[in-house]
Design a protein around this ligand. Structure first.
Ligand code: NAP
Length: 243
């Protein structure tokens, strides 16, 4: 479970642990994973903290080996680590483009390549990739929308290549979810987080913004035994067809 120190990743990690899985809580800073690990253990689950940079092949290889040694072969992978570097196209730097594409796409590629070896050997696996409604186009997010559309293409290809080994791959495309990532957008825009989320909720058919638990519910389904005939799909979890 990548990017699991906080936000959506922490909620999905807790849910997968409650479903009976031993969970590797992976994030850039191992110490930052402590709260997520502690919460899972307090609830009676099993978890370990793993510090790794998903953009670095060596770091990924070391992390996946460590997970296999400590928890057993990883057969479920959730590619959730992500960053934002928003700007209108004419102001977007090459570094901002590269950083976003690298964390989301190269990160998911490296993690999937490392974990599929274990999944193929086990003859069973689940991959869940975090896309976004931004994949459909989003002002100020040329880099992020390209990365999140890319996650959907990656997901479908993983489904096609790995299906014969009992591995499914699906994507979740959240709308606005209340986390540090979206809270920081409010800070940048100079409005309070409460104002930002209240305003965002007005555009959502069900009348509220999402919570990390909304995404954890979808991830739990995709990772379940019951979802074995569902693969290559993109599920928009956005309170409507498009948030
Ligand atoms: P978040 O609170 O910012 O959490 C993302 C986590 O990923 C952070 O702990 C971050 O660590 C970690 N991370 C960043 N770069 C990494 C790297 N190279 N290696 C390992 N970990 C890394 O974000 P969130 O809102 O929970 O979002 C989680 C995912 O859902 C992202 O992929 C995001 O794009 C997607 N999503 C979110 C929303 C939303 O409304 N929140 C909507 C659609 C999609 P640091 O803090 O150390 O950087």
């Amino acid at each position: 479970m990548t990017g699991a120190a906080r936000g959506i990743g922490a909620a999905v990690a807790a849910r997968l642990a409650a479903d009976g899985n031993a969970v590797a809580v992976l994030d850039l800073d191992e110490a930052a994973c402590a709260d997520t690990v502690e919460a899972i253990r307090e609830a009676g689950g099993s978890a370990v903290a793993v510090g790794a940079d998903v953009t670095d092949a060596e770091s990924v290889a070391t992390a996946v080996e460590r997970v296999a040694a400590q928890l057993g072969a990883p057969t479920i992978l959730v590619n959730n680590a992500g960053i934002l570097r928003d700007n209108l196209l004419f102001r977007m730097s090459e570094d901002d483009w590269d950083a976003v594409l690298t964390v989301h796409l190269r990160g998911a590629f490296l993690m999937s390549r490392a974990v599929q070896a274990h999944q193929v050997e086990a003859g069973w696996g689940r991959i869940v990739n975090l896309s976004s409604t931004s994949a459909l186009g989003s002002r100020g997010q040329a880099n992020y929308s390209a990365a999140k559309a890319g996650m959907q293409g990656l997901t479908k290809t993983l489904a096609i290549e790995l299906g014969r080994f009992g591995v499914t791959a699906n994507a979740i495309a959240p709308g606005v979810i209340e986390t540090e990532m979206t809270g920081a957008v409010a800070d940048r825009l100079g409005v309070t987080r409460e104002e930002f989320f209240t305003e965002a909720a007005k555009d959502v058919p069900v009348g509220r913004v999402g919570t990390p638990a909304d995404i954890a519910n979808a991830a739990s389904f995709f990772c379940s035994e019951a979802a074995g005939y569902v693969s290559g799909q993109v599920l928009y979890v956005a309170g409507g067809p498009r948030a």
